[in-house]
Design a protein around this ligand. Structure first.
Ligand code: SF4
Ligand code: SF4
Length: 114
């Protein structure tokens, strides 16, 4: 198989380069469109929530970079697994041991794959 040679453009000269010089790619075309992309499939580990242990302190909600902590009436109601990427920050931030990370394949057998 022949490989096409890539050409790279020097962008270190900030005074001369313009974004229009480049083909679009990896760009955000509309504000707030991340909800349209189901990124949960990137996860290799997933947080498991213990509702009994949860005090609804919302520390996990504050720190989740993907806005994946679901809340209703000021209480945590679950995790949005369509968008949670499994970073584990919520588990680190929870002071009440109400969250733990498990390998994603383990969740398929224990939770029916949700
Ligand atoms: S940080 Fe822990 S205790 Fe606080 S809302 Fe999240 S899961 Fe519940
Ligand atoms: S694992 Fe990361 S992305 Fe998923 S709910 Fe926790 S903080 Fe959010």
């Amino acid at each position: 198989m022949t490989q096409t040679a890539r050409t790279y453009q020097d962008v270190s000269d900030f005074d001369s380069w313009k974004s229009t010089d480049f083909l679009p790619g990896g760009i955000v075309t509309d504000a707030g469109n991340s909800m349209l992309y189901i990124t949960g499939g990137w996860r290799s580990d997933r947080p498991v929530w213990d509702e009994e242990a949860c005090t609804h302190c919302m520390l996990c909600w504050v720190h989740c970079p993907d806005s994946s902590i679901l809340v209703k009436d000021q209480k945590m109601t679950g995790i949005d697994f369509d968008h949670c990427k499994g970073c584990g920050i919520c588990v680190l931030e929870c002071r009440f041991k109400a969250l733990e990370m498990i390998p994603e394949p383990d969740s398929l057998s224990s939770e029916g794959g949700n």
